[in-house]
Every structure is written in structure tokens, then in C-alpha cells.
Write a protein that binds this ligand. Structure first.
Ligand code: KIV
Ligand code: ZN
Length: 424
């Protein structure tokens, strides 16, 4: 098997390896599993996005997964293609076989290490887990030069035992050590402390890359991933739109843009072509049928939309008043959404953009009509044009009427006259 690998030299580097698991952990989202053909299409896009590693599937779990990994491994040459396996021989053989044609293969072996999983799931003693980890990594290393080891449920594992497992994996040939927060239980402070502790106490820690893999059960997956990177992890495992088991995985676009936007704080970079993030998000949403929430950070439909008058006024003066990222950097555009909270500045700008030039008094009437509008608060261009045309026509009729008859129309009757005209 070709041993081409990403440059994962574990020396102090500011470059974060982005390990995308949309096609493996993301595929485990209830109801989201996709066909090998669809997976191949998504993998092509992930490669264009320049993620470093694509975890393409778990070949031993199904024939579909095997076929998907094989197809992706045969076609992709830029990103490293990874296959997941338990620390058992048949799984590792299946992963190696699916990756046979890969230019840059990686086998990712895992075993659960926490007391809860050892007792209730594996029914194994600590020594048995150590033995299985050593054997799994050795078998994988014999088949593939690039081996990653994961201690499943690491964050609920006794620290000293976790260190023993990690040392065993390193001695057996693992190059990347993944410390998953499998059930999304950890906090950012705990995550940082764990990574610092492991890097200090594990023999051989400075010869491998430490990796974070966080789930979002308490909504802290991205914060925990960033905390791990701050504590020396140099690989982050994540998915497009944060899809994955239960509440999902850490969202790739949020981690990448946090690093990109806050280099002052993190001082870390990725290789990701951020301008393709919105496109990747839409593609994954279409492929899986999982809708992205409008207020989803970075890629949600409202991530760069401004509705309130005060915000719109600020945006018209200078974008930086209410935007911390350039929308184009993620392949999106700003929009000033007209609704009940909008103000005259945004309304006028939008109307002018549509070729409508209202007089000052007409603008006030259109604004009133907008605020009284009973839709969901957002007007499409065509609706706005129709609203403006109606309101301006009414204004003009009122003026005509006033000019012709104003002195004879008693106060209070004026609106009746206008309504009568409008009803015709
Ligand atoms: O969440 C987890 O622990 C995993 C491992 C298989 C890496 O997905
Ligand atoms: Zn996971």
C-alpha cells in the first residue's frame, strides 16, 4: 500500500490538520446515511475544500460503507483517505482492503477505554483493553504506514489508565492519538487540562500528533475542540454542519472560521479553502436531507442577514459594525432583510437598488406599510416593489384629492374618501 502521508511532523507547528468525518461519524446521524455514489460526490467536494483527512467510512460495518471507502480511495489523490476499524483483525483487514488503491491511506483503529464502556459494553479488564489496543495498532501498522488510534470515551477514562493505553498505542506504531469526548461530557477547561496532562505524562507524546474529536451533547463541541488545540492538539475531527451521532460532532466550518477570524487569539492556521464552506454546507444538507438552522453560525441562511433598523443603518455606514467575518470568505453574501424592525435607511437603499425613487413622504408611508405588513417579516424584491407601488399610488391619489378638494373635505372624512378610492 502506498505510504504517502500528510506532513504530520509533531514538532511545534501552527498548522492544524483538519480531519473531516462527515462521511463516517456524520453518516451515523439518524436517517442521514447516504449511498456510495453520493458519498463519492461529497468526498470530491471535501477534497476541493482542502481538508487534510477524509474519514470515508467504517468498511466492516456494511457493504455500502466498504464500497464507498473503496471508491473514494481509488479516486482521490489530494486528501488522505481514512477508514475506521475496531481493534480486531477482520475489521482491520476490511479497512486495508477498502483502502488498497489509496494514494494516501490511513487506518483509524479504536477501542473504548472508560470504566463504563469496559464494564457495560466490552466486558473487558484494563489489561485486556491494553492488549487489544496494542494488537490492533500493530496489525494496522503492518498494513498501512499511517495509523491513528482512538481511545473511545477517553474523557470519562481514568487519567493514568488513559496514559497507559496511549503509550501502548504509540509504542505499537500509532502516529496520531485521538482523544474523543464521545458523549460530549467534557468542558473546555477540562479538555484543555486533559490534553496538557497527556502531553506532559505520556512517554513518546512528542513523537505523535494529538487529535480532538468532540461531540455536541452539551453544545460545547466546538469550544472543546478549540480548547484542545489551545492545549497542543494539532488535529481536529469535525463534520460539515456539525452532523453526527445524537447532537452531532464539532462543526468544521465553525472551528475553521474561529481559527481564521481569531488568529490573534489562537495563532493557528488550516489549509481549508474557506470560500467553499457555504457550498459544502448546502451540498451536505442536500445529500443527507438534514436542514441547516437559519441561525447556524457561519453557514446558516441568517448568518450575514441584518433586519433591525439600527443594525442596517450601521451596516450601510460600514460593514464592520455588525459583521466580524467577510461573507465572501465563506462564500456567502450580506443581506439587509426588510421586516418590521427595519428602518428607513435600509428601505431607501433597497428601493433604490430596485430602481424605485420615492419622495420623502412616500418613503415614510412605505415604511409604515412595511411595519404593518403581516407576513413572516421578510419581503422578497417583488413583494417590496408591489408594496411600494401600491403605497406610492395611494400617496399620489391623496395628494390629488387634497389639491382638488382639500378645503371642502372636513377633517376626519379624508381617510374615508381615500379608502373609497382604493376599493375601486
Ligand atoms: O466518538 C467517538 O468516540 C468516535 C470514535 C470511533 C473515534 O467516533
Ligand atoms: Zn464520534
Amino acid at each position: 500500500m502506498n505510504a504517502g502521508t500528510i506532513d504530520s511532523s509533531p514538532v511545534k507547528t501552527n498548522r492544524v490538520i483538519v480531519f473531516d468525518t462527515t462521511l463516517r461519524d456524520g453518516d451515523q446521524t439518524p436517517g442521514a446515511a447516504t449511498s456510495p455514489r453520493t458519498k463519492l460526490r461529497t468526498a470530491r467536494l471535501l477534497e476541493r475544500l482542502c481538508v487534510d483527512v477524509i474519514e470515508a467510512g467504517f468498511p466492516a460495518s456494511s457493504e455500502q460503507d466498504f464500497q464507498a471507502v473503496r471508491a473514494i480511495a481509488s479516486e482521490l489523490h489530494g486528501s488522505c483517505v481514512c477508514a475506521l476499524a475496531r481493534c480486531v483483525e477482520p475489521d482491520i483487514e476490511r479497512a486495508a482492503s477498502a483502502l488498497a488503491a489509496a494514494a494516501r491511506p490511513r487506518i483509524h483503529v479504536f477501542i473504548a477505554t472508560s470504566p463504563i464502556h469496559r464494564k457495560h459494553k466490552l466486558n473487558m479488564k484494563r489489561a485486556q483493553v491494553l492488549e487489544a489496543a496494542a494488537k490492533g495498532v500493530r496489525l494496522a501498522a503492518a498494513a498501512c504506514a499511517d495509523v491513528e488510534f482512538s481511545a473511545e470515551d477517553a474523557t470519562r477514562t481514568e487519567r493514568r489508565f488513559l496514559a497507559d493505553v496511549v503509550e501502548t498505542a504509540i509504542e505499537s506504531g500509532a502516529r496520531t492519538i485521538n482523544i474523543p469526548d464521545t458523549v460530549g461530557y467534557s468542558t473546555p477547561d477540562e479538555t484543555a487540562a486533559l490534553f496538557l496532562w497527556l502531553r506532559e505524562h505520556v512517554r513518546g507524546a512528542d513523537t505523535v500528533i494529538f487529535s480532538a474529536h468532540c461531540h455536541d451533547d452539551l453544545g460545547m463541541a466546538v469550544a472543546n475542540s478549540l480548547a484542545a488545540l489551545g492545549a497542543g492538539a494539532r488535529q481536529v475531527e469535525c463534520t460539515i454542519n456539525g452532523i453526527g451521532e445524537r447532537a452531532g460532532n464539532a462543526s468544521l466550518e465553525e472551528i475553521v472560521m474561529a481559527l481564521h477570524t481569531r488568529t490573534d487569539s489562537y495563532g493557528l492556521t488550516t489549509n481549508v479553502r474557506t470560500e467553499l464552506l457555504s457550498r459544502a454546507s448546502r451540498a451536505v444538507s442536500r445529500a443527507t436531507g438534514i436542514v441547516v438552522a437559519p441561525n447556524k453560525a457561519v453557514v446558516g441562511q441568517n448568518a450575514f442577514a441584518h433586519e433591525s433598523g439600527i443594525h442596517q443603518h450601521g451596516m450601510l455606514r460600514h460593514r464592520v459594525t455588525y459583521e466580524i467575518m467577510r461573507p465572501g470568505d465563506v462564500g456567502a453574501k450580506s443581506s439587509l432583510v426588510l421586516g418590521r424592525h427595519s428602518g428607513r435607511h435600509a428601505l431607501l437603499a433597497r428601493l433604490r437598488g430596485l430602481g424605485v425613487q420615492p419622495a420623502a413622504i412616500e418613503l415614510e408611508q412605505i415604511l409604515n406599510a412595511l411595519k404593518a405588513h403581516k407576513g413572516n417579516g421578510c419581503l422578497m424584491d417583488t413583494e417590496l416593489k408591489a408594496l411600494a407601488a401600491r403605497t406610492m399610488a395611494e400617496c399620489r391619489r391623496e395628494w390629488t384629492l387634497l389639491n382638488a378638494e382639500s378645503r371642502e373635505v372636513p377633517q376626519g372624512k379624508f381617510s374615508v374618501c381615500v379608502n373609497a378610492l382604493t376599493d375601486r
